[in-house]
Design a protein around this ligand. Structure first.
Ligand code: ZN
Length: 282
């Protein structure tokens, strides 16, 4: 499943491909995605330039003057740049966007999503603050971006005071930090030596310092190497990410822990497979 690093890698690739380009049109497969596809809003954007491309939590945001297209990759979504305008949409290709660069070159993007949990939503600038999506994208939800300088051990420890929930579920809830999904929650807790079921309120400030750093370091490493290979994640160029090879615990049940050689365990927490070392994580 695409997590924050894959979304960041996608946003960066899109920035390279279509920054400053003018939107020329789109094709849509007509198949249902997680939310109704905003055909009318996209239609009104034709002929206008992309102002910026950014990421907030796990959304890629394409900014236009009237508002934002918010793309969520869901469980299996990815973007690919294609060369030919007559590119036949494949079985799992749902959206094709066409842009024109300042030099008059055509830039084509295809959104592929076999499981169709991904979404394309329109966020009107005039109504942005009043919607749930707007609240998330505008930062009104309580969780911080992991690369926000305010996200640190102190913030985590203060936010955790009355949280009796387990640390892993809390980390993934979006209430303290946004965009940390299952893989990177497992990996960060391993790096910080914290048991995934430990109560959030029972973790010391010093250990939260480690954890906040671990979350950032692991996400950064994954972004630098182009995202994980989990679920066939590929960058815009179709190149698979390489981070999957570096997971210490995720997907490694029964294999020796890279630190102490005890076998990695798997338990289900909040319906998600959770991998950890019972020797190193307390
Ligand atoms: Zn271990």
């Amino acid at each position: 499943m695409p997590e924050l690093p894959e979304v960041e890698v996608t946003a960066r690739a899109l920035r390279q491909a279509i920054s400053g380009c003018v939107f020329q049109g789109f094709r849509y497969s007509g198949k249902r995605l997680r939310h109704a596809f905003p055909r009318a809003a996209l239609g009104r954007l034709i002929g206008t330039p992309v102002l910026s491309i950014s990421r907030r939590a796990k959304y890629v945001l394409l900014e236009f003057e009237p508002g934002w297209i918010a793309v969520h990759l869901g469980m299996s979504g990815s973007m690919e740049q294609v060369r030919c305008r007559d590119h036949a949409l494949g079985l799992h290709d749902h959206v094709m966007l066409e842009f024109e660069s300042v030099k008059g070159e055509s830039r084509l993007l295809v959104f592929n999503d076999p499981r169709r949990f991904g979404s394309w939503q329109w966020l009107d600038r005039r109504r942005a603050e009043k919607s749930d999506l707007g609240a998330l994208l505008g930062g009104a939800s309580s969780g911080l971006e992991p690369f926000d300088s305010r996200f640190n051990g102190q913030w985590m420890a203060e936010s955790a005071r009355s949280r009796r929930v387990g640390i892993k579920q809390w980390l993934m809830s979006g209430s303290v930090v946004v965009g940390v999904g299952n893989i990177y929650a497992c990996e960060s807790l391993f790096e910080a030596g914290i048991h995934p079921l430990r109560k959030a309120s029972a973790i010391s400030r010093a250990r939260y310092d480690y954890l906040a750093n671990a979350v950032r370091r692991i996400l950064q490493a994954a972004i630098d190497s182009g995202g994980s290979t989990i679920q066939n994640f590929a960058g815009l160029d179709g190149e698979a990410g390489r981070y999957g090879q570096k997971h210490c615990v995720y997907g490694r049940e029964g294999e020796p822990c890279p630190r102490c050689s005890r076998p990695i365990r798997r338990v289900i927490i909040g319906q998600r497979s959770t991998f950890f070392c019972h020797g190193c994580q307390r």
